[in-house]
Design a protein around this ligand. Structure first.
Ligand code: HEM
Ligand code: HEM
Length: 178
């Protein structure tokens, strides 16, 4: 079980993609909220560059993950016909959708702002939208709302995983671990 999932378990690649992206995404939420709510001085402007570059790195991994996900079976949530299992499937779909909408809207909004973007000062990141204030405002609004929705969905996702592990004591969290 290096590459392909089976009907009952995740492969090593599946687990790595899940946990590496979990770390990326949770850190990005923290950094994004800091950028939005803290009073950032000129000396800390590099944090915007970090958020954009790590966000693009996460976006590449998300593509890889979706490609991989479509190419292999995926274990069904335990307790297949229960309300909780159906809810888990819907939340997973929503998580995949948000994992695309959030970095893409951030990339479009940042392009529309006209500030040059770079990948850790190594090479420039291409702009994918024309410089335009309405486009910038609209896509930052999408980035913001989708980011807040992600926090709620993730809270439910994590609560579900912990409830199954500590209260129901089923194998859900164990089979996603190594
Ligand atoms: C510490 C936080 C997290 C915990 C404890 C956790 C736990 C889990 C567990 C146990 C599963 C397997 C569910 C099953 O086998 O039925 C799972 C699947 C999944 N998780 Fe997480 N997760 C966390 C963070 C995240 C993050 C940050 C994301 C992305 C935004 C995410 C997205 C997903 C997705 C999309 C699946 C479904 C995988 C598939 O079958 O396609 N998780 N998670
Ligand atoms: C996994 C990827 C990402 C996540 C989870 C994420 C999440 C967030 C969150 C929660 C915020 C705070 C709410 C807001 O102000 O919109 C934020 C702000 C921001 N994000 Fe992202 N983001 C990601 C990727 C990106 C990318 C790829 C870019 C640009 C290339 C970007 C550009 C920005 C900018 C410029 C802000 C600050 C907006 C402000 O000043 O209020 N983000 N992000």
């Amino acid at each position: 079980m290096l590459w392909k999932n089976t009907e009952s378990g995740y492969s090593l690649v599946g687990k790595l993609l899940h946990w590496v992206l979990a770390i990326f995404i949770i850190s990005q939420i923290g950094l994004g909220l800091y950028l939005q709510y803290a009073k950032i001085g000129v000396a800390d402007l590099y944090l915007y560059g970090w958020h954009k570059a790590f966000g693009m790195m996460a976006f590449s991994l998300i593509f890889l993950r979706i490609f991989w996900r479509l190419s292999t079976a995926s274990p069904q949530p335990l307790g297949a016909q229960t309300f909780q299992a159906k809810l888990a499937i819907s939340l997973h779909r929503l998580l995949y959708l948000l994992m695309v909408v959030i970095p893409l809207s951030g990339w479009i909004a940042s392009s529309a702002s006209g500030f040059p973007m770079s990948y850790f000062n190594l090479f420039p990141l291409p702009a994918i939208a024309p410089v335009s204030e309405p486009v910038e405002t609209a896509f930052f609004a999408i980035h913001d709302v989708a980011g807040k929705l992600l926090i709620v969905v993730l809270a439910l996702h994590m609560a579900g995983a912990l409830q199954r592990h500590f209260i129901k004591r089923d194998a859900t969290l164990r089979r996603m671990w190594f």
